[in-house]
Design a protein around this ligand. Structure first.
Ligand SMILES: Nc1ncnc2c1ncn2[C@@H]1O[C@H](COP(=O)(O)OP(=O)(O)O)[C@@H](O)[C@H]1O
Ligand SMILES: [Mg+2]
Length: 450
């Protein structure tokens, strides 16, 4: 007789293990491992093996004889969202939108739902979080009222599915995946098993009826959507909201896209009419007048767009174990930059606490901000203000060498339009520019130009 297979699954992150553990080794949460029932294991097997849409036994065909899919798209009515999606919404696609509470997920998607309803598309907004009256209140504010927009306050998946199949909707918004529940799975709403079952059902319906579905997902405290692996690999597109809830700007970043590139970022502004496309990013992430010691400016590329941002550093004498902490910048990278400063410039940073913050709640992934981080640290350490006309650009390598950045001419052009005059960069630009460029190709050189 075959041995009964036992599988334990973490309800916080979806990690599976053949034995029970008090603490999940993947996400470090305590007491989240639950034994799966034999039905759940069977369901898992089915969902993982039926990922390809057709159930007909298929045969391999030479790639030269295959006709490519013709991807059509329709606009969401928001240029920023269209940009992140790679040119618009693809019919039959499943998109996950994640973000922390209050960041604007419901606001954005209700607005989009209204836009499409006005475009003669039948739209269904399913909410397990708010009552129809509450959503109506928001719709009034966003001017999203239209006869083609239907609301369904519901948490039971089978009711939602039967509503979807009864009418010919073209777009469906699920707000949120963590509030829906399927009776077929015994676990609580929001658990990994539930989220997986529901996403699978939604995927099936999206593909078979060619309906585009947007799924809203809440983010757990470590910044990932509950059951991240489960959700992310099932959907076509994953977008995450970034931004400080205290500021008006919100960034919508693509993490996965089966129909386009993921390097574009949508930028929105929150105001009382909702979350609208930001008209211009100029000057949104820095204030020239308010620069103090510890602040440095740089330009990062968000997709195809250059954005000037302010990076801030606070270097203060440490009492005890030296702290390193950063918001919006990679902490390990900060550690590397500090080690370099100690080694190359002989700074005794081991006895100082160092804090880094990127203004405006933006998260920096562009390595060209390294030089500005170094400049900000030095500025705070010496308590000397940097010129508010200067921009620092350059990727710092482990050897202390400062590397070229991509799209330099594009970035310099943005500086010109915004009235900056001085750039500290790793190499002289090939194209003519009115910006005075100072070359710093080594960490020790930066000091000369500060
Ligand atoms: N009546 C209102 N007037 C202006 N802004 C509002 C109003 N109600 C909510 N907001 C803004 O919208 C945000 C909530 O957005 P919401 O879309 O509900 O977030 P999420 O769905 O991501 O949790 C709030 O943080 C608030 O700033
Ligand atoms: Mg919401």
């Amino acid at each position: 007789m075959a041995k009964k297979k036992i599988v334990f699954e973490c309800q916080a992150c979806g990690f599976q293990s053949p034995r029970w553990m008090g603490k999940c080794t993947s996400c470090n949460e305590w007491e989240t491992m639950v034994e799966l029932t034999s039905e759940q294991i069977k369901f898992l097997k089915e969902t993982s093996s039926s990922s390809s849409a057709s159930s007909v036994p298929s045969k391999a065909i030479p790639i030269t004889q295959i006709q490519e899919d013709n991807i059509t798209r329709f606009t969401s009515g928001s240029t920023e969202l269209d940009l992140v999606l790679g040119g618009g919404i693809v019919p039959g696609s499943l998109t996950l939108i994640g973000g922390s509470p209050g960041v604007g997920k419901s606001t954005l998607l209700l607005k989009i739902a209204g836009n499409l309803a006005r475009d003669n598309k039948k739209v269904l907004y399913v909410s397990g979080e708010e009552s129809a009256g509450q959503i109506k209140l928001r719709a009034n504010r966003l001017e999203a009222n239209h006869d083609n927009l239907y609301l369904l306050p519901e948490i039971n998946l089978s009711t939602v599915l039967s509503e979807i199949t009864k009418h010919n909707y073209e777009l469906i918004v699920i707000d949120s995946i963590q509030t829906l529940y399927s009776e077929e799975t015994p676990s609580a709403p929001g658990s990994v098993t539930q989220v997986r079952t529901i996403t699978f059902e939604l995927m099936r319906i999206a593909k078979s009826l060619q309906i585009s579905i947007f799924i809203i997902g809440h983010i757990t405290k470590d910044g990932s959507i509950a059951g991240p692996r489960v959700l992310e690999h099932m959907v076509d597109t994953v977008l995450y909201f970034e931004g400080d809830v205290n500021s008006d700007l919100r960034l919508l970043r693509g993490f996965k896209n089966r129909f386009g590139a993921t390097n574009e970022v949508g930028i929105f502004e929150m105001n009382k009419e909702g979350l609208n496309d930001a008209k211009s990013m100029a000057g949104k992430f820095f204030d020239k007048e308010k620069l103090q010691s510890g602040s440095a400016l740089t330009i990062i590329m968000e997709g195809s767009r250059p954005i000037i941002i302010e990076v801030q550093a606070l270097v203060s004498e440490s009492y005890g174990h030296a702290k390193r902490s950063s918001t919006g910048f990679d902490n390990n990278r900060l550690g590397m930059l500090l080690a370099l400063l100690e080694k190359k410039l002989d700074l005794p940073l081991g006895t100082y606490d160092v804090f880094i913050n990127i203004a405006g709640g933006i998260k920096v992934n562009d390595p060209s901000a390294d030089l500005a981080i170094i400049a900000a640290i030095l500025s705070s350490y010496r308590d000397r203000e940097l010129s508010s006309d200067s921009i620092f650009l350059g990727e710092v390598s482990l050897t202390g060498e400062i590397r070229e950045v991509s799209g330099l001419s594009h970035r310099l052009k943005e500086m010109e339009t915004q009235g900056f005059s001085k750039a500290i960069i790793p190499n002289t630009p090939l194209e003519k520019t009115s910006i005075k460029c100072f070359v710093a190709n080594e960490v020790s050189k930066v000091v000369e130009w500060m």
